[in-house]
Design a protein around this ligand. Structure first.
Ligand SMILES: [Zn+2]
Length: 474
């Protein structure tokens, strides 16, 4: 029997705010333990939370970027449970009235477009972090109260690879929107995975297994590959899976059972009495709508469509946003945007890396790149010479036309001059010349090379080939 996997993801993302969600402590990674704390985020009795408006804005912005409905009424709730890294004994989150609902993410997967529906994206607070030492344990509360968004997907994902691609697209969208830096190394994105298997074609879902707290996308992919294999094996030999929570062991590359969960946890949710429900106004929403940016996929498709770029070039400009912006500023007026893309990707990027420089430091004006491409296209200079001109442009900042003129680099297409070079080359190299006459076609390239040398690289290679052939065949 053939089985299929059904996967849903809950992705937690730390928001890019200056301060925490309920207090003025810095939202900052890497500070010495327990230095960004105050009575509010330490959960001391009697304190009151004050909502960080930027966190609310970023959540709404995420809703817009993920094609969600923005709830006209949202509220916060207390999720009650005990854990050492959460001194209040409850987490403030959004339970039944989240800020955003019912959206979707489109992304490229396996050569086509895939869509994963988004159930909701809601706002909550992060908790502290436990550290276990040899003889004791400690808690760092710097992370407690960092604004955290939970993005819940529908179980639309069918493979480990698809989960991976979905996560990468989600991350790109959030980074593009300035919602989060999504730095995985700093734990800014964490994932809970729900996965079950069922015989292909069956409607009813299998027992849902949750894998908690994954902090890398490749870990998610490997955990899913393992877990799907494991579940299929159990089911296909007649075993039964029960709803449970498992942990991914990245070293052993296996999932292990942590606890079985026959009933849902009872967190005794109730509305947070210290925070007002949130009802965004029209003008507030309009202001946030202005922060919506073009999404990575839309940008890629537009670059391919408008500038006739191959997918790989367009993808480069999606990953490197400033470089893409720079390219576009030139390509809009350029005769040959593809050639401009080649210069920007192959030459400019390499030079910038080599010189450890950035785009604003460039000495030449952006239009110089399209001018250079035009000089090659029109046959005024060879593409080899163009490399030298580009080098000069980069060093001194002159326009390519000026460099070509000053250094006398224009391609020689004057037949009389070329004839002379060809005669010289034939006389100086009787061996290859007679080889060609005897039918060794490759000998022509050698002679062509000699003519290019005599002309200091300026001869028009196509013309040289024609002239040499004519002379040798005569
Ligand atoms: Zn605080």
């Amino acid at each position: 029997m053939e089985y299929e996997a059904v996967i849903g993801l809950e992705t937690h993302v730390q928001l890019k705010t200056k301060s925490k969600i309920w207090c003025g402590c810095a939202n900052e990674f890497g500070a010495p333990p327990n230095t960004n704390v105050c009575p509010v985020c330490l959960g001391l009795p009697g304190v009151l939370p004050v909502a960080n408006e930027e966190a609310l804005r970023l959540t709404t912005l995420t809703g817009l970027l993920l094609n969600c409905t923005i709830a006209p009424f949202a509220k916060f709730d207390r999720k009650n449970y005990f854990y050492p890294d959460m001194p209040k004994n409850y987490q403030i989150t959004q339970y039944d009235r989240p800020s955003t609902l019912a959206g979707y993410v489109d992304f490229e997967f396996s050569g086509a477009l895939s869509r994963v529906r988004i159930t909701r994206a809601h706002l909550e607070e992060d908790v502290g972090k436990n550290f276990h030492f040899e003889r004791n344990s400690g808690v760092d509360f710097n992370r407690a109260g960092v604004p955290l968004m939970e993005i819940v997907s529908e179980p639309d994902i069918t493979s480990a690879e698809m989960a991976y691609e979905y996560l990468c697209s989600l991350k790109d969208i959030l980074m593009y929107g300035g919602v989060s830096d999504c730095d995985m190394e700093k734990g800014m994105v964490r994932c809970d995975v729900n996965v079950s298997v069922r015989p292909k074609g069956q409607q009813e879902l299998g027992a849902k297994i949750e894998i908690k707290n994954m902090n890398s996308f490749s870990g998610v992919r490997r955990a899913l590959e393992y877990e799907i294999r494991r579940q299929i094996e159990v089911v296909s030999r007649g075993g039964t899976l029960i709803q449970s929570t498992r942990r991914w062991d990245d070293v052993a590359e296996i999932t292990e059972e942590m606890r079985t969960k026959e009933r849902a946890h009872d967190y005794r949710y109730f509305p947070e009495p210290d925070l007002m429900p949130f009802q965004p106004t029209e003008s507030w929403l309009r202001e946030i709508a202005q922060r919506v940016v073009e999404l990575p996929l839309a940008r890629k498709q537009r670059f391919m469509r408008e500038y006739h770029l191959p997918a790989a070039d367009a993808q480069t400009f999606v990953w490197d946003v400033p470089l893409g912006g720079y390219f576009e500023s030139i390509a809009k007026q350029a005769r040959n945007p593809k050639a401009v893309a080649n210069w920007v990707i192959n030459n400019l990027r390499a030079k910038l890396t080599e010189a450890n420089a950035s785009l604003p430091e460039l000495r030449f004006s952006a239009s110089s790149i399209s001018e250079l491409a035009d000089l090659v296209d029109s046959g005024k200079i060879s593409s080899k010479i163009a490399q030298d001109v580009f080098g000069d442009m980069f060093e001194i900042g002159d326009a390519p036309g000026k460099i070509v003129e000053r250094r006398g680099l224009a391609q020689v297409s004057d037949t009389a001059a070329l004839e002379q070079f060809c005669d010289q080359a034939i006389v100086a190299n009787p061996g290859p010349a007679s080889d060609f006459k005897a039918g060794k076609v490759a000998a022509l390239n050698f002679l062509k090379g000699q003519v290019m040398k005599l002309s200091k690289g300026k001869a028009n290679p196509a013309l040289v080939g024609e002239i040499l052939e004519r002379k040798l065949k005569a």
